[in-house]
Design a binder for this molecule. Structure first.
Ligand code: ZN
Length: 585
C-alpha cells in the first residue's frame, strides 16, 4: 500500500517531533513519550509515542498507527496528503503526485482548490483594503487602534460593496460548483430547486481570515461597516464547508500555539477583534472562539497544548453564560481555569484601548479562581438572604462542584461555597458523596496485562522481518502453536506472524490487540534478541505443560468418578509423562 516515497519519508520523519507540534508530549521512558490523547476525552495521559518504533498508540481509545495515520486523523486528510504533509515538514522534495484512488484524488484536488481560493480571496481583500474604496474600512481599523503592519500581520482586508467583483477575480480558477462550495458566495434556490447564480457573501465588510492550526486560511469572519437591517448582522461568518467547521477551530491558534505550548497556558476571549487586540498587546497565547459557545472539540484541541486557561469574556449576560458553559467543559477536562472580569464592563479590546496593555496584564494576573468566580456569580444571581435563595445558589453551584475531577479541589470548592453562602457544609458534602459514588461506577474498566515472555515474543514479531529475533520468533511460533492455545495474546501473535511487510500496528485488527502490542513495545528496555526469544518460548512451553497437566488432573478425577478405568490409565500415563518433562531443567 505504502509507496517507496512514503517509506522514505517515514524513515526520515521524527514522529515525536511531528506529533509534538500538535500536543504536549512528556518523556515517559527510554524511548517513550506520553500525553493527553487528541482523539478522545481524557484527564490522565494514555496516549504514547514510541521514538524508535515510530508509532503512536492510545491505551484509552485504541487509536494507533504511524506518523501518516496521525496526520490523516488530526488534519483530516487522505493518506497521500499526509505523506506530502510530512514530507514538506521534513523538507523532503516531492515526487510527481501519486494518488491511491480516484476518490481520494478528487477529494485532495478539491481541498487544494478550496485552499487556493481562500488564499486568493485573502490577498484580494487585502488589496481592496488598500484601494480608494477601502477608505472607510481603513478608518474603522485605525479607529480601533490597528497600525498598518498589524493589519498586515492578521491579513485583515475589505470586501467591497459589490455582488460580482470577487467572482470575477476567482472564476477563471474554479467552476461555479466549487465556488459555491467555498462558502465565499451566497446563492438562492430557484423555482426548480436548483441553486441560483452565486454572488459575494461578504459585502462592504472588514474581513478577518480564520486559519487552521497550520496557518492556512479556511474561512472568514466579516464585520459590517454600517449598522441597520440592510447591512445584515454585525459579524458574518463563512458557513460550514469541507475546509471549515466552526466548532472545531480556535481563532488565532496558528499564531498562539507556540506560546501556549511553551507555557501550557492560554487566554480565551470571545471575539476575533478582542483576540487581535490582546495578541498585539503582547499576550501571545490568546485564542478566541468564533461566537460565544465553547465546544467539546475545541476544548480537546486546546488540551493538546495547554493545561491552564484564563477566560476573559464580555461581562454581559451572554458572556457570563458562555463563560459558565466553558468553565464546565474545561474543568471536566482537568483544566485549571481562572476568570477575569474587566472593570467597567469593558471587553478586552476596549479595555486595552482605554487602559493600555500593562493594566490589562495586571488584570490577567489578578484573575479569580473559577470557583471564586462562580460563587460570586451565584451570590449575584441569588442574593443569599433567604433560605430559598441559598438553596437556589447551591443548586447553581453543585453541578460545577461535582464536575471537578480532583477530590481535593472539589472539597475546597464545596467548603468555600458553603461558607460564602452561609450553608452547613455537611449538607454540601452529603450531596457530593452521592455524586462520587456514581463517578466510581463509571470508571471501572480492566486492562489485561501480559507476562514478560509474551511481551518479548510480541516485540520480536514486531521487529523487521530481517531481524534475528524476528526470524527466531516466527520459527518458534510456527512449530509450537499449541503453546499459545487459549492465550489472549495468541491471535495477535498470529496476525504479526503473517503480516508480510505490513506495519506491525496495521497488521493487528482490533484496538485491544494494538493496545497490547503497544504495551509490550513501550516497556522494551533493550532490543529483544534471539536469546530472549528462546527463553520466552521455553517459559511459554512450561506454562503450556502446566496448563495441560492441570487439565489432565481434572480429566483423571472425572474419569475416576465415572468409573472409566481405561481412560484413567491412559490419562494418568500422559500426566506422568508431563511430570517428567516438567522436572527436566
Ligand atoms: Zn485516545
Amino acid at each position: 500500500m505504502a509507496s517507496d516515497f512514503a517509506q522514505l519519508v517515514k524513515q526520515q520523519a521524527d514522529i515525536v517531533k511531528i506529533i509534538g507540534d500538535y500536543m504536549r508530549l512528556k518523556k515517559a521512558g527510554a524511548q517513550n513519550f506520553s500525553g493527553l490523547c487528541p482523539f478522545h476525552k481524557e484527564k490522565s495521559p494514555s496516549f504514547s509515542v514510541h521514538a524508535t518504533r515510530q508509532f503512536f498508540h492510545c491505551f484509552g481509545c485504541g487509536v494507533s498507527g504511524d506518523v501518516f495515520s496521525f496526520i490523516q486523523k488530526i488534519e483530516n486528510v487522505s493518506f497521500p496528503e499526509s505523506v506530502r504533509f510530512v514530507a514538506q515538514k521534513c523538507g523532503i522534495p516531492l515526487p510527481k503526485r501519486e494518488f491511491s484512488s480516484e476518490e481520494e484524488a478528487q477529494e485532495g484536488r478539491q481541498r487544494a482548490k478550496l485552499l487556493e481560493l481562500h488564499e486568493l480571496a485573502t490577498a484580494w481583500f487585502e488589496e481592496q483594503l488598500r484601494s480608494p474604496e477601502g477608505a472607510l474600512a481603513r478608518e474603522y481599523l485605525s479607529g480601533r487602534g490597528l497600525k498598518p503592519d498589524e493589519i498586515k500581520q492578521f491579513r485583515i482586508g475589505y470586501a467591497p460593496d459589490s455582488f460580482h467583483a470577487l467572482r470575477e477575480r476567482l472564476q477563471s480558477l474554479a467552476d461555479e460548483d466549487t465556488l459555491r462550495l467555498s462558502g465565499l458566495f451566497s446563492f438562492k434556490a430557484q423555482e426548480d430547486g436548483k441553486p441560483g447564480p452565486i454572488y459575494s457573501r461578504f459585502r462592504k465588510r472588514v474581513t478577518f481570515p480564520i486559519a487552521n492550526e497550520s496557518g492556512r486560511v479556511i474561512a472568514f469572519t466579516a464585520r459590517a461597516l454600517e449598522a441597520g437591517e440592510k447591512a445584515g448582522p454585525k459579524y458574518l461568518n463563512s458557513p460550514e464547508t469541507p475546509l471549515y467547521s466552526k466548532g472545531n477551530i480556535l481563532f488565532n491558534l496558528d499564531k498562539a500555539r507556540q506560546a501556549i505550548r511553551e507555557t501550557s497556558f492560554a487566554v480565551l476571549v470571545e471575539g476575533q477583534m478582542d483576540c487581535i487586540s490582546v495578541f498585539l498587546a503582547g499576550v501571545k497565547n490568546v485564542i478566541a472562539t468564533s461566537g460565544t459557545a465553547f465546544t467539546e472539540a475545541q476544548v480537546r484541541l486546546l488540551s493538546r497544548y495547554a493545561t491552564r486557561i484564563i477566560i476573559n469574556f464580555d461581562p454581559d449576560t451572554a458572556g457570563a453564560n458562555a463563560a459558565e458553559k466553558s468553565i464546565a467543559l474545561l474543568t471536566e477536562e482537568g483544566f485549571e481555569v481562572r476568570v477575569v472580569t474587566l472593570e467597567g464592563g469593558l471587553d478586552p479590546d476596549r479595555y486595552i484601548r482605554e487602559h493600555g496593555a500593562q493594566e490589562y496584564m495586571t488584570a490577567l494576573r489578578a484573575a479569580k479562581r473559577h470557583s471564586d468566580y462562580l460563587i460570586e456569580r451565584a451570590r449575584q444571581l441569588f442574593p443569599p438572604s433567604t433560605a430559598d435563595a441559598k438553596v437556589k445558589a447551591l443548586n447553581f453551584l453543585l453541578p460545577h462542584i461535582k464536575r471537578m475531577p480532583n477530590r481535593i479541589t472539589r472539597d475546597e470548592f464545596a467548603t468555600d461555597a458553603a461558607q460564602k453562602l452561609g450553608i452547613d457544609s455537611a449538607l454540601v458534602r452529603e450531596e457530593l458523596k452521592q455524586a462520587a459514588a456514581k463517578r466510581r461506577d463509571s470508571l471501572a474498566h480492566a486492562v489485561p496485562t501480559l507476562s514478560e515472555a509474551e511481551k518479548d515474543l510480541l516485540r520480536a514479531l514486531a521487529a523487521p522481518v530481517s531481524d534475528q529475533a524476528c526470524k527466531a520468533a516466527m520459527a518458534g511460533f510456527d512449530s509450537n502453536e499449541s503453546y499459545f492455545e487459549g492465550l489472549t495474546v495468541a491471535p495477535i501473535l498470529k496476525q504479526l506472524r503473517h503480516r508480510g511487510d505490513a506495519d506491525p500496528m496495521e497488521a493487528i485488527e482490533d484496538p485491544a490487540g494494538r493496545s497490547l502490542l503497544a504495551q509490550a513495545l513501550n516497556g522494551e528496555i533493550e532490543p529483544v534478541s534471539a536469546e530472549h526469544v528462546t527463553a520466552a518460548l521455553e517459559t511459554l512451553r512450561r506454562r503450556y505443560l502446566e496448563r495441560r497437566r492441570r487439565e489432565l488432573r481434572a480429566a483423571v478425577s472425572e474419569a475416576e468418578r465415572n468409573g472409566d478405568t481405561t481412560s484413567v490409565v491412559k490419562l494418568t500415563a500422559e500426566k506422568l509423562a508431563l511430570d517428567r518433562e516438567l522436572r527436566e531443567p
